[in-house]
Design a protein around this ligand. Structure first.
Ligand code: SAH
Ligand code: SF4
Ligand code: F3S
Length: 484
């Protein structure tokens, strides 16, 4: 499971798209962009493709064809940064770099390391933080003149709400929609508040318009993205800002539950997913929205991080083990079929064997549908790095990690066995990687099912009966098409 996240971190994307540049001057210029890290970064790359599309750039999936190579980077763990540095080395050594090709580092590593990156990585020409993508055309003009260019200013307002993302590597069925940026939570282990800046919510109308537009283009699923979606808050009243917005009465603001319902009403056959929910902030109203709207998916990513209250406090997660367990019980009471996933960190500063056993116990009692698991990686500049000692030896961190991975694997095996014989409504997302005669799609609970193609098409909703399972996937047969 931990590997899954790592795979995401290492996944790359790029695709050939076609634009007509009206000034003609830059026709033929090509952009290659690789994204690392979380879904927000993948979503941001689509903003970047859009900003540069207007400048006449087309994107290419082939680095050798590119005039501009961008790596949209992640800083969440040391390994994430290491992956990018290795990638830069391989670009250098394989001599993939055409003469005159320019290399840019975008995203969280750009924000964290700023112009220091130019000294450490000689290949790099441009460094742009997550709030500076509107400025890319000017930065590119600078590097074309042979200078190095950097913009790492963080903004309190930028949400790119008027920029229509250019979908990269899209299956035409599911799309990311960013609803907010930044994070104000200050979990002590986390670099995100430093790389993404202050939390701000995007205009609800622009979110809604983007979802409607996607639906009109044939998309059947939107994934609403934010580091802490439950603290989404927006108002038509522009005077309501900052604290006033946080404290305004509920009928004056659009909160996350209201936003979910607004998006849920776009169309009964447009699925709505969202990530990430914070255990301290998720409300009953969000649960009621999931319960009351069939197309709002029965899936909540509710990262626990640890099962021990002292460690949770040290992490500044602002909830206890009991609070977390109560949230899980409440979710299951309101939405009995809801899948719940988590993120767990093992070996955080001063974690004892006994405290780790509380995490093991939490995982055994909650029985997550999915878990992303990591060992603690100290990040420069974070509160934990400044205040606490990273004193759990790496071997112990890794031992604890393998222990929870083993538990999770066993839980998933048992859960898969229990679904055999059950029927689920599946949205078909594509052709299976195993065979052209099979399709793949997901249940509302985000479980992948593979089944024979027959006459079904990508984008159809079908009821599928589960017949067997592998460790990661369910295998079944379609029973009937679901008509909306
Ligand atoms: N906003 C989300 C998480 C974003 S980062 C939330 O609050 O849950 C994704 C995950 O990476 C985190 O949930 C955490 O489990 C992990 N992570 C973050 N910083 C880490 C660090 N320093 N070492 C190891 N894992 C970390
Ligand atoms: Fe990081 Fe915590 Fe914000 Fe998540 S909520 S991005 S873990 S600071
Ligand atoms: Fe990584 Fe930045 Fe996302 S640090 S996890 S890409 S917000």
């Amino acid at each position: 499971m931990g590997d899954k996240k790592d795979l995401l971190e290492e996944s790359r994307q790029g695709e050939v798209l076609h634009f007509n540049a009206d000034d003609g001057t830059k026709v033929g210029k090509k952009l290659y962009i690789e994204s690392y890290g979380c879904q927000m970064n993948f979503s941001d790359s689509e903003i970047v493709a859009s900003v540069l599309g207007k400048e006449g750039y087309t994107t290419t999936s082939n680095m050798e064809d590119a005039d501009l190579v961008f790596l949209n980077t992640c800083s969440i763990r040391d390994k994430a940064e290491e992956t990018v540095r290795k990638r830069l080395n391989s670009i250098k050594h394989n001599n993939k770099k055409k003469k005159n090709v320019k290399i840019g580092i975008l995203g969280c590593m750009a924000e964290r390391l700023k112009s220091q990156l130019f000294e450490e990585e000689k290949l790099v020409d441009l460094v742009a933080g997550p709030d500076s993508y509107r400025k890319l055309p000017e930065l590119i003009d600078d590097i074309e003149d042979g200078q190095k260019a950097v913009n790492v200013l963080l903004s309190r307002e930028e949400t790119y709400d008027d920029i229509e993302p250019v979908r990269i590597n899209s299956n035409g069925i599911a799309a990311f929609v960013s609803i907010m940026r930044g994070c104000d939570n200050m979990c002590t282990f986390c670099v995100v508040p430093f790389t993404r800046g202050r939390e701000r919510s995007r205009d609800a109308n622009s979110i809604l318009n983007e979802c409607k537009d996607l639906y009109s283009k044939g998309y059947k699923e939107v994934m609403l993205l934010g580091q802490n979606v439950d603290s989404y808050r927006w108002s038509e009243n522009k005077d309501l800002r900052g604290r006033a917005l946080k404290e305004a009465p509920r009928d004056e603001v659009v909160d996350f539950a209201k936003l979910l319902v607004m998006v849920g009403k776009v169309a009964t056959d447009l699925r709505v997913r969202f990530s990430t929910s914070h255990p301290k902030d998720i409300t009953d109203d969000v649960l009621f929205a999931i319960r009351d709207y069939k197309n709002i998916c029965n899936y909540i990513h509710l990262p626990a991080q640890s099962g021990n209250t002292r460690i949770l406090e040290k992490m500044n997660r602002t909830y206890t083990r009991e609070w977390y367990n109560d949230k899980v019980s409440r979710i299951r009471e309101v939405i009995p079929t809801c899948a719940i996933s988590t993120d767990i960190i093992t070996g955080f500063c001063s974690e004892t064997d006994k405290e780790h056993a509380d995490t093991v116990d939490l995982m055994k009692t909650v029985r997550y549908d999915l878990a992303y698991m990591f060992f603690y990686s100290e990040r420069p500049g974070t509160l934990a790095q400044k205040k606490f000692e990273d004193d759990v030896p790496e071997v112990i961190k890794k031992k604890r990690l393998s222990e929870i991975i083993e538990i999770q694997t066993q839980v998933n095996k048992e859960q898969h066995a229990a679904t055999i014989g059950q029927t689920f409504e599946v949205l078909i997302e594509g052709v299976s990687k195993r065979s052209e005669n099979e399709l793949r799609g997901k249940t509302s609970q985000n479980k992948m099912i593979i089944f024979p193609k027959e006459n079904y098409k990508i984008g159809d909703y079908v009821n599928v009966k589960v017949e067997s399972s592998t460790s990661a996937t369910l295998l079944g047969t379609a029973v009937e098409k679901v008509n909306y």
